[in-house]
Design a protein around this ligand. Structure first.
Ligand code: FES
Length: 172
């Protein structure tokens, strides 16, 4: 498996944020701060966590690196490789799958000229498949930033990609 490299930069602001998050938990239970600390580290590092950064998290949380890897590989909101500015997260669980969600994921990859998980050369897009996002009655669907795009069709995807290119799509 390819290992992606990332420059780790724990700025004083980030350290202060981590200290504040960890102060919410008992000093002998640092592991309890794992999720918020990982989010803080990811937010400060272009929205992804390399192995080196996960190892740094383990050091901060005083746990074994494997305990961090287990969490990061379980939750799809943690990214283990660089991502595009617009990361299209297609639900690939049953309700969306039977409504051709996976075909739309493949369609999008072809349109962008990438494989699942890759980033387009211009750094704009990446496409990933994720488990159920809780909008099963509105599939096929995808998440882009904080928003859901539902009842997808190829035409809707074409429009969405075009809107992203024109900077018309809100992420947060
Ligand atoms: S199966 Fe797709 S949102 Fe639940």
């Amino acid at each position: 498996m390819r290992e992606y490299k990332q420059e780790i930069n724990i700025t004083p602001e980030l350290q202060a944020r981590i200290d504040e998050l960890m102060s919410r938990y008992p000093a002998d239970k640092k592991k309890s701060a794992m999720l918020p600390v990982l989010h803080a580290l990811q937010d400060a590092h272009e929205d992804w966590l390399s192995v080196d950064l996960m190892n740094k998290a383990a050091e901060i949380l005083d746990v074994q690196p494997i305990e961090v890897y287990e969490v990061v590989t379980f939750y799809t909101m943690f990214n283990q490789r660089p991502k595009g500015k617009y990361m299209l997260e297609f639900c690939r669980t049953s309700c969306c799958a039977i409504r051709k969600g996976e075909d739309l994921l493949e369609y999008t990859c072809k349109r962008l000229g990438v494989k699942e998980g890759e980033v387009t050369q211009d750094g704009m897009f990446s496409v990933v498949g994720v488990e159920c996002l809780g909008a099963c009655g509105f599939g096929p669907m995808l998440q882009l930033g904080d928003y859901y795009h539902e009842h997808l069709t190829e035409e809707k995807i074409d429009t969405l990609l075009e809107d992203c290119k024109q900077g018309k799509v809100k992420l947060h």
